[in-house]
Design a protein around this ligand. Structure first.
Ligand code: ADP
Length: 495
C-alpha cells in the first residue's frame, strides 16, 4: 500500500494542469516577442535568412552534409519535383583526435575529403564529367557553373548567422574543442578545403536541423501554405517557424530576399524560461540541473527532451528506493542497513549512475499494456539488471515514467501552440490544415506522445477543439538531408 501511495504522490508532482499549460503559452508568446526585439534574451529567435518554404515542385540534384556530433553524414538528394526525393548517403565517424584538433583546418580538411570520397563513389560519372570539363572550360575554378553541386551544410552547434551561407561559430559543444575555429565562418572553412581538393561543390547554405525539418515537411506534405513549424524532440528540443518580417525588430546584417515578407526564425526554444517564471520545478528537476554541465541554462529542454527524461525518472526512482518505509524492488531476504543492498538490483546497474537510464525504456514502459507487464519486466531485468522484478514494482515504474513523459508532451504542446498562435494561421478564415513537421526519437517512438500533445492543445485558449483539429503534426524524415538540399536550392536562387 505504501508503494502505491508514494507512487501517487510522485506522479502528482509531475502534474502540469490545464491552467499551467495556458500560463505557459502566454509566457512563451511573451518571450518569443522579446527575442524578436533584441539580442541577449532567453530565447534567441535567430534569423536564418531563409525567406520561403518549398511547395513540393522543386527539382534538381543537391548535396547535403551534416556535422552534428559523433558522425559526419554526406548525401546527395535528387528532388523529383513531385513531393518525392531520392537520397544517397554515407556516414562516417569523426575520429576523436579531430574533435580536439589543434587547428580547424585539420577537421575541415577531413570533411572535404569525405565529400570527395562520396562523389567518387556515388557520382563518379558526374565527377569525371566535371574533371573533363575542367580541362576545356576556362571559368575561374574550371567548372561550368551549372555543374557545380550546391551543398547545404547542417551544422548543429551554436552559430551567429549573418547570411544564408555565413555564420561564425560561437562555441563548440558535444565533446568538440578546437579553439582556433571559434569566431570563424564555418562555411568558409569548409569551402576553403573543398577548393583545395578542386571539387565541384559550393557551400550554398548553412542549415540548422530545425529549419531542415520545416523545409522537408513543406516539400513532402505541401498544403496551400506549407508547414509553419519544424520541431525536434530528440536528444534536445528546438523549433523553427515562419515569422513576418515586420515582427522582426532586431537589425539584420546579411542579404536576403524581401519579397515574401517572411523569414524563418530559429527559436532556440530549449532555453525558454531559463528564469523559471512558469516552468514546473520538482526537486528532481533541481537536482538534474545542478549536476548538468550547464546549470540554469536550457531549462525547457531539460524538462522535455530525450537526453533528460530518463535522468529525471532515475532521480525520482532513487528517492523511492531509498525510502525505508516503501517496498520497491526490494530483496525480501535482505536485512542489511545499506539501502542498496536491500534491493534486488545488481550493484552494477546503471540506475545507480548519473544519466544511466536511457529515455528509450520509458517507451517500452508506455507500450506495455499486458496485464503482467511482462515486456517491461523483461526490459528492467535486461537493461537495468533488476532481478525478477515484481509486477507492482514494474507498475510503479511505469506510472512514474508515464508522468514524466506526459509532462514533457504537455510542455511540447505549449511551444507548438504558442508558435501556431504567433503565426496567426488559426484565425485565417478557412479550414486549411496548419502543418507542423517534427523529428526526433522521442516524438517518433514514444507511444501516444503526439496524442498527449493534442490532448493539451485542445484546452489551450485560442486553439481549442476546433483549432486542434486543424493542426496537423507529421514526422519529417531526413530533415537534415532533404531539408538542407532545399535550403541550398533556395540559396542558389539568390546567388
Ligand atoms: P538526435 O536528436 O541526436 O538527432 P534522436 O532523434 O535519435 O537523435 O534522439 C536521441 C534521443 O532520443 C536520446 O536522448 C534517446 O535517449 C532518446 N530515444 C531513443 N530511442 C527512444 C525511444 N524509443 N523512445 C524515447 N526516446 C528515445
Amino acid at each position: 500500500m505504501a508503494l502505491e501511495a508514494q507512487t501517487k504522490s510522485i506522479v502528482a508532482q509531475f502534474d502540469y494542469t490545464d491552467e499551467d499549460v495556458n500560463k505557459g503559452v502566454k509566457e512563451f508568446l511573451r518571450q518569443m516577442g522579446e527575442g524578436l526585439e533584441k539580442d541577449g534574451t532567453s530565447m534567441s529567435q535567430i534569423p536564418t535568412y531563409v525567406t520561403a518554404v518549398p511547395n513540393g515542385t522543386e527539382k534538381g540534384l543537391y548535396m547535403a552534409v551534416d556535422l552534428g556530433g559523433t558522425n559526419f553524414r554526406v548525401c546527395s538528394i535528387q528532388l523529383n519535383g513531385d513531393t518525392t526525393f531520392n537520397l544517397t548517403y554515407t556516414k562516417v565517424a569523426i575520429p576523436k583526435e579531430l574533435m580536439v584538433a589543434k587547428t580547424a583546418q585539420q577537421l575541415f580538411a577531413f570533411l572535404a575529403k569525405q565529400i570527395e570520397l562520396f562523389l567518387r563513389t556515388h557520382h563518379e560519372e558526374h565527377f569525371e564529367a566535371h574533371v573533363r570539363r575542367r580541362l576545356t572550360v576556362s571559368s575561374p575554378d574550371g567548372y561550368m557553373d551549372e555543374n557545380v553541386f550546391r551543398l547545404g551544410f547542417t551544422f548543429s552547434f551554436p552559430v551567429q548567422q549573418s547570411g544564408i551561407n555565413k555564420g561564425t561559430l560561437i562555441r563548440w559543444t558535444k565533446g568538440f574543442d578546437i579553439p582556433d575555429a571559434i569566431g570563424k565562418d564555418v562555411c568558409a572553412l569548409l569551402q576553403i578545403e573543398i577548393d583545395r581538393l578542386h571539387l565541384p561543390v559550393r557551400v550554398a547554405a548553412l542549415v540548422n536541423d530545425t529549419v531542415g525539418t520545416l523545409m522537408a515537411r513543406s516539400y513532402t506534405s505541401p498544403g496551400k501554405t506549407g508547414a509553419v513549424l519544424g520541431a525536434i524532440f530528440g536528444t534536445g528540443t528546438n523549433g523553427a517557424y515562419i515569422e513576418k518580417l515586420e515582427n522582426l525588430k532586431k537589425p539584420l546584417t546579411g542579404e536576403y530576399d524581401k519579397s515574401t515578407g517572411d523569414m524563418v526564425i530559429n527559436t532556440e526554444w530549449g532555453s525558454f524560461d531559463n528564469q523559471l517564471n512558469v516552468l514546473p520545478n520538482t526537486s528532481w528537476d533541481i537536482q538534474l540541473d545542478k549536476s548538468s554541465v550547464n546549470p540554469g541554462i536550457q531549462m525547457y529542454e531539460k524538462r522535455v527532451s530525450g537526453m533528460f527524461l530518463g535522468e529525471i525518472l532515475r532521480l525520482a526512482l532513487l528517492d523511492l528506493l531509498k525510502d525505508p518505509k516503501v517496498s520497491f524492488f526490494k530483496d525480501e531476504n535482505s536485512s542489511s542497513n545499506d539501502w542498496k543492498s536491500t534491493t534486488n538490483i545488481a550493484e552494477d546497474s546503471s540506475i545507480y549512475t548519473e544519466w544511466g537510464i536511457d529515455t528509450a525504456i520509458m517507451s517500452v514502459a508506455a507500450a506495455d499494456n499486458t496485464p503482467e507487464l511482462s515486456v517491461l519486466r523483461q526490459e528492467l531485468e535486461s537493461t537495468l539488471h533488476i532481478h525478477s522484478p515484481a509486477h507492482d514494482d514494474a507498475e510503479a515504474f511505469k506510472a512514474i515514467a508515464g508522468a514524466v513523459a506526459r509532462r514533457a508532451a504537455r510542455l511540447a504542446a505549449v511551444a507548438i501552440a504558442a508558435v501556431v498562435l504567433q503565426t496567426g494561421q488559426l484565425s485565417a478564415s478557412n479550414d486549411e490544415p496548419v502543418d507542423i513537421g517534427v523529428d526526433g526519437s522521442l516524438v517518433e517512438h514514444y507511444p501516444y506522445f503526439r496524442e498527449m500533445i493534442y490532448e493539451a492543445l485542445r484546452i489551450i485558449d485560442g486553439v481549442g477543439e476546433e483549432g486542434a483539429k486543424r493542426i496537423r503534426i507529421g514526422v519529417a524524415k531526413d530533415g537534415s538531408g532533404v531539408g538542407a538540399a532545399l535550403i541550398a536550392l533556395v540559396a542558389a536562387g539568390m546567388e
